[in-house]
Design a protein around this ligand. Sequence first.
Ligand SMILES: CC(C)(COP(=O)(O)OP(=O)(O)OC[C@H]1O[C@@H](n2cnc3c(N)ncnc32)[C@H](O)[C@@H]1OP(=O)(O)O)[C@@H](O)C(=O)NCCC(=O)NCCS
Length: 429
Amino acid sequence: MKLTDLRGILQYVPQFREKTFILAIDGGIVTDESFGTLLLDVALLRSLNIRVVLVHGAAAQIQALATDRGVRASDLNGAGVTDALTLDLALTAATRLTHEVLNGLSTNDLRAACTNVVTAHPVGILQGVDQGFTGKVERVDAEFLQSLLAQGVVPVIPPLGFDGQGKTYRVNSDRLAVAVAEQLKAIKLIFVTFQDGLVHHGELIRQMLVDDLAALLQRDPGGFAPSQRSKAVSAVAACMAGVPRVHVINGTLDEGLLGEVFSNHGLGTLIHANEYEHIRPARKQDVRAIHALTRQGVETGELVKRTMAQIERDLADYFIFEVDRNPVACVALHVYPERKQGELAGLFVSPSHENEGIGRKLLQFVESRARELGLAELLALSTQAFTYFQAKGGFVEGTRDDLPPARRERYDQSGRNSKVLVKRLAALP
Ligand SMILES: CC(C)(COP(=O)(O)OP(=O)(O)OC[C@H]1O[C@@H](n2cnc3c(N)ncnc32)[C@H](O)[C@@H]1OP(=O)(O)O)[C@@H](O)C(=O)NCCC(=O)NCCS
């Protein structure tokens, strides 16, 4: 591993500390030989003080058990009709599977607990058909889960719900995972499957905004295989319920989980909520606001002086962050196409909105825009916020030689002696 890789990983550590990840694992993965590696990755997440909850399905095991017993299950994944026989298969399969998970976690010295946190009611009769023992999640006991997590315990949740009257229902594990993620305010929901991610008409979706996925599901749901459609629908539901990021990964790949979590472009699919809804391109009437905002930074020497005319000339590069329709922060991305470089400049957050994560959102926004434009490197110059770019943005210190020649000339002329910060996005041309 290169030192820069390690730095790249370490930038996520403070961001993830004490935060909750929900791993929604397909039942088949638990009995796959790759499961041991996945648990090692879970142990690593725990060692970084990331709180982990495991929700598992049981479809593959219900199928296997039905075959063993020479019977036919009425439904495998808790989304169709569950008859009494299938409920019995589900109880046996899920209990064994939970045991496997607990056993694996023990092997990795992780404290874990199987829980009864899911209250469920029968789905009832849909279009005239009684869904039997298929349940819908009514409530998740978040308080109990939080107390386990606070003690360093990994809660394990089987796809079963209790009605408090002595009845158990089979629930769909994807929907259950969404409910748990929502209740625990998880920052990630990760579906661990046998597929490389969400595949639509044979094409792997690498990254998609939740609104676009919702539109795709509306327009062409048949492009997804049924099991994938369930993940896609759940991903949309989770993002809409406030989970910022949902991943779908292949659990059989070595480092699939860590690669996805500790990089900006993992191997699987990332569905993200619209975190940038407050950011918009600057318009002509914003010139005055940008000038007024950045003037404060100019006075303290944090930003280079820009006239209204200069801002207006470069207006196409500027973005505004609005709160209640008022511009409270700005940033610019200047592009140097010949070198496939971009410069993040003029970042300023109004002191009245400092420490609310706005600066970080603008950094991420500019970075993802630079990636979309196919840029290989992002640069930033800073006199007083260089540790911010390093700690929060994953930049490393560079030299004036990293700048394109014309920019280097202006840098030398300015006499500001700013630090040059560099973030590599792809191989340079
Ligand atoms: C630097 C700046 C953009 C941060 O914006 P912000 O929205 O307040 O930052 P976030 O909310 O994303 O992050 C806050 C974190 O950054 C840290 N931070 C803030 N300013 C910092 C600085 N100048 N250097 C190092 N760390 C800094 C805070 O201590 C806080 O740390 P924590 O999360 O560990 O508690 C903002 O303070 C600013 O506009 N500064 C003046 C202009 C400037 O220097 N721009 C950069 C040149 S292009």
